[in-house]
Design a protein around this ligand. Structure first.
Ligand SMILES: Cc1ncc(COP(=O)(O)O)c(C=O)c1O
Length: 346
């Protein structure tokens, strides 16, 4: 049976073009800075994000930790959303490895932080307090329906951070989804941002890898942190070759994923017992709730759907998530909706 895998955009397989580029990649020892393909990818990522330099790293989690540890010293504090990937899903690496104290604020429904609350959370100089050093935003915001944060909000957050001497880091695992959705340039979203991490291996379909981008000095420090975390790779051009294709050929098609997510959201909104406002869905992530009385407990729903060849994931007692990506076409969306209907009716 064909599987329609809507668990995450991380399940995308590399394209044929990526595999060919990987096989033919010119490589060298990247820890010595001698891998021409990694160097090309880093130059491209820096250009596309409007930053001076970039660094190729193993994963989004590593990229975020490198950025936090490059901005902060032990005992510093970062302000971030209580629904952020860094806070919820990165094993508390900020504290465990970086010695960084997290001050969380409630994420609003659209993934933003209330900037008045951010301002109030910034600490004054006092021997009792950790030093506020870093503000972190997530764009698109995974747990807030994949919401994109727009350039005006990003600029306002950047001004606030600068006025208070804080750095601004953006977990932009899906920053290209945000740019495509908002019909704006990634550079416009990142103008006042000190560091950005983004993933090549989600909607952009590369098999492995993330990028960190920022100023030359910042990337020099990030390179040191990557090394101490064991992330210095050698002939990494094999992987970077796929990353170049991800950045040059996979960005524009993200619009299709957003369209499919919208159709899926509108489809499930028709079912009694599924709770979703399709207007909340702007990119490729669809969160929805299931009424366990009217339909089934979430766990059983996921299991029954999987028996029909459709995979989604449970991220809360009644909360489910479906994510669209390159390997899901329009007919898969229709099939997934039919399977959901059958599970509900059975
Ligand atoms: C918003 C966000 N940031 C960071 C990550 C971490 O990426 P990785 O799985 O490559 O470590 C993810 C992964 O899903 C994510 O959704």
């Amino acid at each position: 049976m064909k599987k329609i895998d809507l668990r995450s955009d991380t399940v995308t397989l590399p394209t044929r073009g990526m595999r060919e580029a990987m096989a033919n990649a010119e490589v060298g020892d990247d820890v010595f800075g001698e891998d021409p393909t990694v160097n090309r990818l880093e130059t491209l990522a820096a250009e596309m994000t409007g930053k001076e330099k970039a660094l190729f790293v193993a994963s989004g989690t590593m990229a975020n930790l490198i950025c936090q540890m490059s901005h902060c010293t032990r005992g510093d504090e970062m302000i971030l959303g209580d629904q952020s990937h860094i806070f919820i899903y990165e094993q508390g690496g900020s504290a465990a490895i970086g010695g960084i104290h997290s001050r969380t604020l409630a994420n609003q429904k659209d993934g933003t932080l209330d900037l008045n609350e951010v301002e109030s959370a910034i600490r004054g100089d006092n021997i009792h307090f950790p030093r506020s050093r870093l503000l972190v935003l997530e764009n698109t915001h995974n747990r807030c329906n994949g919401s994109p944060l727009d350039p005006d909000y990003m600029a306002a957050a950047s001004r606030l951070a600068k006025n208070h001497g804080l750095f601004l880091h953006v977990d932009g695992a899906r920053i290209f989804n945000a740019a495509v959705c908002l019909r704006t340039g990634v550079k416009d979203l990142l103008k006042g941002v000190d560091s950005i991490s983004f993933c090549l291996s989600k909607g952009l379909s590369a098999p492995v890898g993330s990028m960190v981008c920022g100023s030359s000095d910042f990337i020099q420090q990030a390179r040191r942190v990557r090394k101490v975390l064991g992330g210095g790779m050698r002939q990494a051009g094999i992987l970077a070759a796929a990353g170049i294709i991800a950045l040059t050929q996979m960005v524009d098609r993200l619009e299709e994923d957003h369209e499919h997510a919208r159709i899926f959201a509108e489809g499930i909104a028709e079912f009694d017992g599924i709770i979703i406002n399709p207007d909340d869905i702007q990119t490729n992530i669809v969160f929805f709730d299931i009424d366990p009385i009217k339909i089934l407990p979430a766990e059983a729903f996921v299991r029954k759907l999987e028996e029909k060849g459709v995979r989604i994931i449970q991220l809360g007692p009644c909360r489910l998530r479906a994510v669209t990506h390159r390997m899901i076409d329009r007919s898969d969306i229709d099939e997934a909706l039919t399977a959901i209907k059958k599970v509900i009716e059975s």
